[in-house]
Ligand binder design. Sequence first.
Ligand SMILES: Cc1ncc(COP(=O)(O)O)c(C=O)c1O
Length: 411
Amino acid sequence: MADWKKRSKTEINKRVFDALNKNVDFDEVNPLGIPGSHLDSKVFYQDAPFLADAPFLSTLIHNPNHIGCHTLGKSESFFEGTQAIERELIGVCAENILNAPVGSCDGYVASGGTEANMQAIWIYRNYFMREHGAKPNEICIICSRDFHYSMSKAADVLGIRMVGVAVNDADRTLIKDDLKDAIAREKKEGVTCFIAVATMMTTMFGSVDNPMDYADALNAANVRFKLHVDGAYGGFIYPFTNPDNNLDFRNEVVNSVTLDAHKMVQAPYGTGIFVIRKGWMKYANTKDASYVEGEDYTLIGSRSGANAIAVWMILMTYGPFGWDEKMSILMKRTDRLVKQFKKLGVEFYRNQHANIVTFRAGFGSPALAKKYGLVPDNHHAPAWYKVVVMEHVTIERLIPLVEDLKMIGER
Ligand SMILES: Cc1ncc(COP(=O)(O)O)c(C=O)c1O
């Protein structure tokens, strides 16, 4: 298993600065063929004293380009020091968090959940086209109607079909008859291959799909499918709050997973994480990327190595037990909010392992949503508002919301 343990600030600093020393130093060796350099020295401090104790800012200034996928073998040798840290990070996500066997996954730090989801769908579309001769209009993404809109973006960009399956209004579970009907309808339209996407905490509700609902229905319909887990919201929460789940690599139906570090991990934006079983990245290989050492297997192309460093630093600062504790605190606060909602008779949905509570809009008001920055399901006609219990959402900050809801209820 990857080496995930709590490390001291000194250890973290040393590891990152050692890695930077293994990257090319544009001031020292003067590589002549790269369209990149350190950040502009007239604008960004290169030698401020605080940088000696600031590994992330130093990495930003060094500006390594992590183009390509570094779990596959060859990569740009100019940045091999920080690429090794990204490799370690992918190992932690795949093995320590998602229970993959050691060395069994590839992956990279994508620009976000949207790109990581699109990378998965791109890989499976190409697989069905190359290995099974499917045409784009014979391939269909299937997901619940609580899907994130990156699904429709992917279908649009990749020129394939997409179908959303209805969910039960109160508990957000897939309606199995609708799932069966959707598959049958798509088959009638000529679809032979499905890309199922199970969500590990949906954007609006924090609800969690059962991947076996898709697998059972698609197997029963005798069609080809591959399954991706969209854990952009839940990937760094749910595996800790519900460790005995079936949405990770212990389940052979799960082939790839998206996790987003720029949500619950509070990493900088640009830290979506894509993890897939070995043997699949080849379907996203762009051979024309011949000037890139090791070629490219990602949607994004050039990307900042500082992003991987930031996520690695956060996970190593906490370690697995510290992370678990952090999640427990968020769950405790969410439990407390749920108790208050029950007391007030506010109708809500909450998955017991999630830090999202979504209540029916009728129990609040647009003014209340504005006051507390609550996000509606639909800005034009809200039916639900959600509260996401993050680090800054303390019990002290939740109390006034509950009091206002009480006042609205009494009116
Ligand atoms: C479930 C889910 N998937 C994908 C995404 C897209 O993530 P990003 O905004 O990082 O592209 C989100 C964003 O909220 C999400 O909630």
